[in-house]
Write a protein that binds this ligand. Structure first.
Ligand code: FAD
Ligand code: UDP
Length: 374
């Protein structure tokens, strides 16, 4: 068999690139996926009670990119959804990211009034301040508050999720959930926040529905190398595995998901409740909040962080820190020796903690900036 492009991995990155190459360049694409479904970590399906669940943990779409939004809107209609998260702090459920509502829920109102004034005069209203920066505040009262938030919201959660302390990771990790000096209690403030109306999987099916695209599931690309000839490859798997761990494994974090169905309509007030300080899991998500389904039963998903063990569990999260980036650079140097025959991209190929919209933006940029000009 001969194709123009072999695309390894049918997640966001692989699907966008297969779609672009097939439709814009009119080239033949074989997309090969190790798992038994397309969609990568954003794959969803209906469980036995009819709840639309995300197999690899809750995926909430949000972006500020009009381009990404318009691109995906070709393949799906949307359901408006703004994610809200509560965190259990000292037996109270308070909004996360920590914001002015959380401050008033946890502190007596006179103290909260004073802290609010100090925060606003120091940083401004509707401003986001990463916790590691807030800890460096010159105002001693703000520093005490920052230490409180650090201990109660970030420390335990981050240890569970990464087996590292917040300051042992790139600051961008805890910076994803900055303290928000605002009354806005949403998890994201992006312009576009929505879920694919029929789910993610039909959206991916729409992307790959083209006569130039053939899909091969349950197949590791290596099993095809004798059988398939191709001009170039897009590779969205782990870059260290591609090179047989030449420079040692790149570390990833994995998760174990536990799905629980309850014979009751609702379990919790919002989509996700975080448990920074108790239990082995980090958070519980109630899928129906995300999907808007009205059903008598409900499905929850618990996330238990784990070390990644190659071949045993999935490498869900690259671990953003300096020494890992250095090792990744060695692999990129190795990739250069392939002279563009293989293009590494995606959350695993780039070893970057991309959200879905960032993965799409990166793929579109790669297509327009590189692939379309080859
Ligand atoms: P992936 O989805 O990982 O796809 C790579 C594919 O390649 C996989 O399907 C894999 O099986 C396949 N593959 C690997 N090696 C081979 C091989 N040798 N042969 C064949 N196939 C191979 N983003 C958000 O924007 N919002 C969220 O709420 C959100 N929640 C998340 C929650 C969790 C628990 C996780 C893990 C991620 C979350 N993300 C979220 C991030 C999102 O999952 C990623 O941005 C997105 O999936 C990246 O797509 P990708 O195609 O680069 O990678
Ligand atoms: N985080 C935390 N406490 C929380 C929420 C997040 O400490 O209640 C930290 C933690 O280190 C986490 C990171 O912020 O890994 C990013 O959180 P996010 O919700 O963006 O993680 P994801 O949804 O990507 O797993």
């Amino acid at each position: 068999m001969k194709v123009d492009w072999l695309v390894v991995g049918a997640g966001f990155t692989g699907c966008v690139l297969a779609e672009r190459i097939a439709t814009q360049l009119d080239k033949k694409v074989l997309i090969v996926e190790r798992r038994d479904h397309i969609g990568g970590n954003a794959y969803d399906y209906y469980d036995e009670n009819g709840v639309l669940v995300h197999k690899y943990g809750p995926h909430i779409f949000h972006t500020n990119s009009q381009r990404v939004w318009e691109y995906l809107s070709q393949f799906t209609a949307w359901r408006r959804y703004e994610h809200r998260v509560l965190g259990v702090i000292q037996d109270k459920k308070v909004p996360i990211p920590f914001n002015l509502n959380s401050l008033y829920a946890l502190f007596p109102s006179r103290q909260a009034d004073s802290l609010k004034e100090r925060l606003i005069s120091q940083y401004g209203l509707n401003v986001k301040v990463p916790i590691l920066r807030l800890k460096e505040a010159t105002d001693p009262d703000i520093r005490i508050l920052a230490e409180y938030i650090y201990q109660n919201v970030f420390y335990g959660y981050t240890l569970k999720q990464w087996e590292l302390k917040p300051e042992e990771l790139d600051p961008s990790v805890t910076g994803r959930v900055p303290v928000h000096i605002s009354w806005d209690d949403r998890y994201f403030q992006d312009i576009y926040q929505a879920m694919p109306l029929e789910g993610y999987t039909p959206m991916f099916e729409g992307m790959l529905d083209h006569p130039n695209i053939e899909i091969r599931l349950k197949t590791d690309y290596r099993a095809l190398l004798d059988e398939v000839r191709f001009d170039r490859m897009v590779y969205t798997g782990s870059i260290d595995l591609f090179f047989d761990y030449l420079y040692g494994p790149l570390p990833y974090r994995s998760l174990r998901f536990e799905y629980v169905t309850l014979d009751q309509e609702w379990y919790q007030e919002v989509g996700t409740v975080n448990y920074p300080n108790n239990y082995a899991f980090t958070r519980i998500t109630e899928q129906k909040h995300l999907t808007g389904q009205i059903l008598p039963e409900t499905t929850l998903v618990y996330e238990y962080p784990q070390a990644h063990r190659a071949g045993e569990n999935e490498p869900y999260y690259p671990i953003p820190r300096e020494q890992n980036r250095e090792r990744h650079k060695l692999y990129l140097k190795e990739a250069e020796k392939l002279h563009g025959k293989v293009i590494f991209v995606g959350r695993l190929g780039d070893y970057k903690y991309y959200n879905m919209d960032q993965a799409v933006a990166r793929a579109l940029q790669l297509f327009e900036g590189v692939i379309a000009n080859l």
